[in-house]
Write a protein that binds this ligand. Structure first.
Ligand code: TGC
Ligand code: FAD
Length: 395
């Protein structure tokens, strides 16, 4: 079984994107690719089947500098956004759950602390998070408010030098293995504006319940966060008011997903091509049939276009020229293509595609979640619809 999965991964690069990367970017990509090939691939199918995230990977990931990789200072790697994107691509080539773990730690937890935290908060949390000694989760979604977080019911009531949190956050990645949560809640005493808090796990009134029986992202912990009169010191509040706080974190994470999903697509395409060249039906490799070639060409073309979209977005981000709707397009397009490519691979592999002997079934199930979280495909379509028409069509 492992022999099939461990076969050296061939990365498609039809438009010679390597010529557009500098030596540091290529080194970062190779280092993470090697980690995924040697440490992740031999274990990931079992982790998925056992519904478990292997915490043993955390120290190695920290040594690779992937947590909060774009943050300057505070013992973070200070890489550019293209390198960060390549990290996400390589991690998700292994599994979307692994990329999720790193996305949440960096883009959704370290980023808001770096961007909106006090100096005291940055010093307290960022170096330990970069080393993987503290793990974070991000609580925005609620049982009744997913696509529309503005409706959130979680409240932060001001009480002297504390805020009292009450409410429930749902579908929270890393929840059960986290040491702290970035929690977004409305404050009735501050015009009902959304405020953000760093809530330490041991804070009384804060409880976490893991969600099981998932068919997707099984090698990732997903949890419910429960706040029952949870008293959080005011010094744990982030220096930002309004939904632009959590939404600016989403821009970061969605950017990483755009790259990451292409990693999963590349893994599937590699598997489909190899299988098609070696699987004999009607006395010929199935790769010799026109219908199979058409599928492979569609995958190959989509991957090439998705790589170019992500790279240009990364270059814009590195120059500070990007805007959120560009990120929406990349997230929407690349995840949708990756999901299609995973499904096509599953089809090309026939019955073999439904087993864990191959990767495509796992990627396909994972990508169903990736298409939903961080804004569903249709929410990004509406964000772009608003951008080009000027008319918001959410309500
Ligand atoms: P709207 O009125 O448009 O905006 C409210 C305020 O936010 C500002 N804003 C942004 N700021 C930065 N970046 C963005 N992308 C922003 N989008 C909006 C906006 O300027 C405004 O600021 P101000 O100063 O005027 O107050 O907000 P709305 O309530 O109408 O929302 C529109 C909509 C639908 C686009 C938004 O609600 C949305 O994006 N919904 C999707 C929700 C979502 O993506 N949730 C993700 C949860 S986290 C997650 O899934 C993690 S998965 C983790 C893993 O990888 O495992
Ligand atoms: P809903 O909002 O109920 O949407 C259901 C359907 O209705 C979708 O097809 C949607 O596109 C459609 N729809 C909704 N509104 C409109 C509209 N106006 N027009 C047209 N169609 C519409 N959240 C966090 O805060 N932190 C996390 O760490 C996190 N991790 C997650 C991990 C996993 C594995 C999953 C599955 C989810 C995670 N989420 C997390 C939650 C995720 O962000 C939400 O699931 C997502 O935002 C969608 O919300 P929902 O599931 O409530 O779907």
């Amino acid at each position: 079984m492992l022999a099939k999965i461990m076969r050296t991964f061939q990365s498609p690069d039809f438009y010679q994107i390597d010529t557009l990367l500098n030596s540091e970017e290529k080194l970062v990509r190779q280092t993470v690719r090697d980690f995924v090939s040697t440490e992740v691939m031999p274990l990931i199918a079992d982790c998925f089947m056992k519904d478990e995230f292997p915490k043993s990977w955390i120290p190695t990931l920290a040594n690779l500098g992937v947590f909060g990789a774009t943050i300057q200072g505070y013992e973070c790697a200070g890489l550019n956004y293209t390198s960060y994107g390549l990290i996400m691509q390589e991690l998700e080539r292994g599994d979307s759950g692994l990329r999720s773990f790193v996305s949440v730690q960096g883009a959704l937890c370290m980023y808001p602390i770096a961007q909106f935290g006090t100096e005291e908060q940055k010093k307290k949390y960022l170096p330990s998070m970069a080393k993987g000694q503290l793990i974070g989760c991000f609580g925005l979604t609620e049982p009744d408010f997913g696509s529309n977080p503005n409706g959130m019911l979680t409240r932060a009531d001001k009480d002297g030098d504390h805020y009292i949190l009450n409410g429930t956050k749902m579908w929270i990645t890393n929840g059960g293995i986290s040491d702290l949560a970035i929690v977004w809640a409305k404050c009735p005493q501050e015009d009902n504006k959304v405020l953000g808090f760093i809530v330490d796990r041991e804070t009384p009134g804060f409880n976490i319940k893991d969600i099981h029986k998932k068919f997707s992202l099984r090698a990732s912990v997903t949890s419910e966060l429960l706040f029952d009169s949870c008293r959080v010191p005011a010094k744990q509040k982030l220096q930002i008011r309004g939904l632009k706080g959590p939404f600016s974190c989403l821009n970061q994470a969605r950017y990483g997903i755009a790259w990451g999903s292409t990693g999963a697509a590349m893994a599937c395409y590699d598997e489909a091509l190899n299988y098609a060249k070696t699987r004999i039906q009607f006395d010929k490799p199935i790769a010799s049939f026109q219908l199979v070639q058409a599928k492979l060409v569609e995958m190959f073309t989509d991957i090439t276009k998705d790589q170019l979209l992500s790279l240009q977005l990364g270059r814009l981000k590195d120059q500070g020229l990007d805007f959120p709707q560009q990120v929406s397009m990349a997230k929407m397009n690349n995840v949708s293509n990756a999901l299609k490519i995973a499904r096509m691979t599953r089809d090309i592999l026939g019955a073999s595609g439904i087993t864990h002997e191959y990767q495509c079934g796992r990627h396909m199930m994972n990508l169903e979640s990736v298409n939903t979280y961080e804004g569903t495909e249709d929410i990004h379509r509406l964000i772009l619809g608003e951008f080009i028409t000027g008319i918001p069509a959410y309500r």
